[in-house]
Design a protein around this ligand. Structure first.
Ligand code: ATP
Ligand code: LTN
Length: 330
């Protein structure tokens, strides 16, 4: 069975875009691949975090992953810092990454260009740590959003460089970027993607939003004056986004089918139907979230996940240290 690995940064609350674009696919991947999902709590401290908030986000992130259908029997779910080999191989990878390569990474360049002050060394070397995360497990596939593809490309280069220098050490991974449904747009500005770092939260539905609040956000979603429920992202971006949400949450129901149901009906009626579908899914997820939070399942999942992941990661780290000639008693 091919191996898959992905990491999630626990910054802020998960939203409907994360669910439709990433989480719901992860749930499907469990049947096809041997999967490793971890919470990247080292990556998230590359920018300042409030300790109490971070802790709550870590908890919610694991609980929501489980609530959305990740199954700890079929997936290895763990916290990055619970597997020490990540930080250790991270440093080794950093020593094999050229400054020129790090200088080309757009995530750091963008922050620098925005004039953000006091950027950390950790943020700069973040891609080397991400390479370590992936290579420790010899992952074949890495599902990521478009913005992270560059980091996986660098990981491939580093894997090939080290394989060349020390003999075959690593599987060279491939990024897996979802195609359609990959971009759920903001409800208040459908030209921008739904995002937790939006200024106002009117355009973003959080998975833990109160259902009344979520319904209200959908009912006030920006639409157009055409007055027809029709899938046309260019001319009717708001309506098309709502159709995309409805379709994704209804087993990829065809757009033509939705158009037919709402032919001759107003946007109000259509929005109510979208809100029903979204709220039904949120309610399911939130009920599971509450059960999981009270059950001790989070601690058990992370403990067992860390033990399983450490076995694979520690063996790889020893192999690398030996190949480099860093060991005496290993
Ligand atoms: P930020 O708001 O800080 O940019 P984010 O909300 O985009 O963060 P990430 O943590 O960067 O979330 O992404 C986690 C996963 O969710 C990625 O795989 C990403 O592609 C996916 N994702 C994020 N936003 C959307 C969206 N609006 N539509 C579809 N998928 C999304
Ligand atoms: N950089 C990613 C999170 C991340 C990751 C990884 C993803 C850290 N390590 C390894 C895939 C594989 C992000 O910001 N979403």
């Amino acid at each position: 069975m091919k191996r898959m690995l992905s990491g999630i940064k626990p910054t802020g609350q998960l939203h409907l875009g994360n669910y439709i674009g990433a989480l719901s696919h992860f749930v499907e991947y469990q049947d096809e691949y041997e999967v490793y999902f971890f919470i990247a709590n080292l990556h998230c401290i590359t920018v300042p975090q409030d300790p109490a908030e971070l802790k709550q986000n870590l908890h919610d992130c694991v609980a929501l992953y489980l609530a959305c259908g990740l199954d700890p029997e079929r997936s290895t779910i763990f916290l990055q810092t619970d597997v020490r080999a990540h930080a250790q191989l991270g440093f080794i990878m950093c020593c094999h990454t050229y400054l020129g390569e790090l200088n080309r990474m757009t995530q750091f360049k963008d922050k620098q260009a925005k004039g953000e002050k006091n950027l950390s060394g950790g943020l700069y070397t973040y891609p080397s740590l991400m390479a370590a995360d992936i290579l420790l497990y010899d992952a074949d596939y890495v599902p990521v959003g478009e913005d992270q593809k560059q980091h996986v490309e660098l990981t491939r280069d580093l894997a090939e460089r080290m394989n060349h220098r020390y003999g075959k050490l690593f599987q060279v991974p491939e990024p897996l970027v979802p195609k359609v449904g990959a971009r759920i747009m903001s409800l208040s500005d459908p030209s921008r993607k739904m995002s937790k770092s939006d200024d106002s939260d009117k355009g973003c539905i959080y998975l833990l939003d109160d259902l009344k609040k979520a319904r209200k956000k959908i009912m006030s979603a920006v639409t157009d004056s055409i007055g027809k429920v029709h899938f046309d992202p260019e001319n009717q971006p708001g309506i098309s986004n709502l159709m995309q949400i409805m379709s994704s949450l209804s087993d990829n129901r065809p757009m033509a089918d939705i158009e037919q149901e709402f032919e001759g009906k107003g946007y109000g009626e259509f929005k109510r139907a979208v809100a029903d579908v979204v709220c039904a899914r949120l309610e399911e997820i939130q009920n599971r979230y509450r059960e999981i939070s009270e059950s001790g399942m989070i601690e058990k999942t992370l403990k067992e996940g860390a033990a399983r992941a450490s076995q694979v990661a520690d063996a790889k780290l020893s192999q690398v240290q030996k190949a480099i000639g860093m060991d005496i008693i290993l």
